[in-house]
Write a protein that binds this ligand. Structure first.
Ligand SMILES: Cc1cc2nc3c(=O)[nH]c(=O)nc-3n(C[C@H](O)[C@H](O)[C@H](O)COP(=O)(O)OP(=O)(O)OC[C@H]3O[C@@H](n4cnc5c(N)ncnc54)[C@H](O)[C@@H]3O)c2cc1C
Length: 425
């Protein structure tokens, strides 16, 4: 939708007949605004889809106070709560456009429960439960194309099934754990504060090397603000920690040279464009490494030895810790997809793989595409390449609204819009 707005093609898209379905009551807002951290992208990225729309269909949101505030911070990070506020305003504006359109409609408070595919007519059946004043109704959507954009999920079950260094189970530490999806929210900050206040020590172990892992440490230091002693917070990581820089020259000037040509995006020349820590997380790591004027002594790093040489040390840290935050990322939030014979199709994402291929098509466990079903958003597993850029050495998954609104959004848009048939003269 944002891609279509940005490219002035929203009416064209809505002309096709689009049902936008969300189990919540707000359009476009999603869950990003629940986090009490700052963005790891520029404020300008979030608002660019409606820039230039000050007089048009989206004038309400384009001229809203929150948008003006984001505009003033276009080249800085912004609190994600602002982003939530902006997306809510955008959703209100978009809703007016959709409500005025005869062919499209927003279905709020409607939760998708299953998808049914493989019919002779090529259509996909999407079953949902719709909450109303008088209870819940079942509702079926019969569609040509389906885009799954249901965000990501985390579960203790998944975390507890993981082994660190192939040997160390996290299962005995369930009671001490808090998932990042909760830890980075207002309620999570409160819970961390209470747990640490009631504990004999303030030791915290964070497992992971991503933005969420460093954001958790940032929240402990800046939001929970417990009385931490040096080395009370340990960030345990397996892979190399990386910093983002706009250019290789800037990195070297800053005293950072732990990268090669493979780590530079050929398109933008940025260093660790996809995998490098940015803003608050980068700043924190630089202070831990002693690259800044003030050294952060309260945080220590522990890199897991690939041969398990320091697992005993980690086990001891886990035993002592008052709080353990596994920052293992997100898995896609999907619903069961069934074939016409009623059997459930095994999705690749349910066996640890990505939800989608590099064309945003949803995959089954054999790597075959499910016709007409596409996926986008948090934890979809899309890895940008080619004209979307990114460092060639990147292996993880990337999440960023910039990509959703540009290349990835464009890909989905092209999948769902009917192709123009070129007839031979
Ligand atoms: C902590 C954190 C920080 C991030 N920071 C940034 C950042 O600074 N910059 C950036 O570009 N990206 C950031 N991202 C990455 C990503 O851009 C955001 O997570 C993005 O907002 C995710 O959008 P989404 O649509 O995939 O998921 P969500 O925002 O979670 O939206 C999913 C929607 O699907 C609905 N839904 C779910 N299940 C169903 C169902 N069964 N039926 C109907 N509706 C359903 C939900 O109600 C929700 O509205 C961050 C991610 C995280 C986790």
């Amino acid at each position: 939708l944002l891609y279509a707005i940005k490219n002035n093609r929203i009416q064209e898209l809505l002309d096709e007949g689009v049902a936008i379905i969300d189990k919540g009551d707000k359009l476009a807002m999603g869950t990003i605004g629940r986090h009490v951290i700052n963005s790891d992208t520029f404020g300008g990225t979030f608002i660019e889809s409606i820039i230039g729309n000050e007089e048009g269909l989206f004038s309400d949101v384009s001229n809203a106070d929150i948008t003006l505030k984001m505009r003033e911070h276009a080249r800085q990070q912004v609190p994600l709560q602002w982003v939530g506020e902006f997306l809510e305003a955008l959703g209100r504006s978009l809703r007016k456009v959709i409500d005025n359109h005869p062919a499209s409609r927003f279905f709020s408070s409607t939760e998708i429960v299953s998808v049914h595919t493989g019919y002779e007519d090529g259509k996909i059946r999407v079953r949902a439960l719709r909450k109303g004043l008088e209870g819940e109704d079942e509702i079926e959507f019969i569609v040509d194309k389906l885009v799954l954009a249901m965000g990501g999920k985390q579960s203790y079950e998944h975390v507890l099934s993981q082994k660190i260094g192939d040997r160390l189970s996290l299962a005995p530490y369930r009671e001490k754990m808090l998932l990042t999806g909760h830890a980075l929210t207002e309620a999570g900050i409160e819970e961390m504060r209470n747990r640490l206040e009631g504990s004999a020590n303030k030791k915290v172990v964070i497992i992971g090397s991503s933005h969420s892992a460093f954001s958790s440490a940032w929240c402990l230091l800046n939001k929970v603000k417990a009385d931490f002693n040096p080395k009370d917070i340990t960030i345990v990581h397996r892979s190399k920690l990386k910093l983002f820089y706009a250019t290789a020259e800037e990195a070297i000037h800053d005293g950072y040279n732990d990268f090669t040509e493979q780590d530079i995006c050929p398109l933008t020349k940025r260093v660790y464009r996809l995998s490098g820590l940015r803003f608050d997380s980068k700043d924190l790591l630089k202070r831990v490494w002693g690259m800044s004027d003030t050294r952060e002594e309260r945080v220590q790093l522990l890199r897991i030895d690939p041969f398990g040489a320091n697992l005993d040390q980690l086990e001891q840290l886990l035993e002592e810790a008052a709080l353990i935050i596994p920052a293992f990322g997100y898995r896609p939030n999907v619903v069961p997809v069934y074939d016409t014979d009623g059997s459930e199709i095994d999705l690749m994402c349910n066996t640890g793989g990505p939800l989608v291929d590099d064309e945003c098509c949803v995959l089954d466990t054999n790597g075959d595409v499910l016709p007409g079903i596409y996926g986008i958003g948090l934890a979809s597993g899309f890895v940008p390449s080619g004209e979307l850029g990114g460092e060639p050495g990147f292996t993880g998954q990337t999440n960023g609204l910039w990509l959703y609104q540009h290349g990835v959004g464009g890909m989905i848009f092209n999948h769902i819009m009917p192709r123009v048939q070129l007839m031979a003269a």
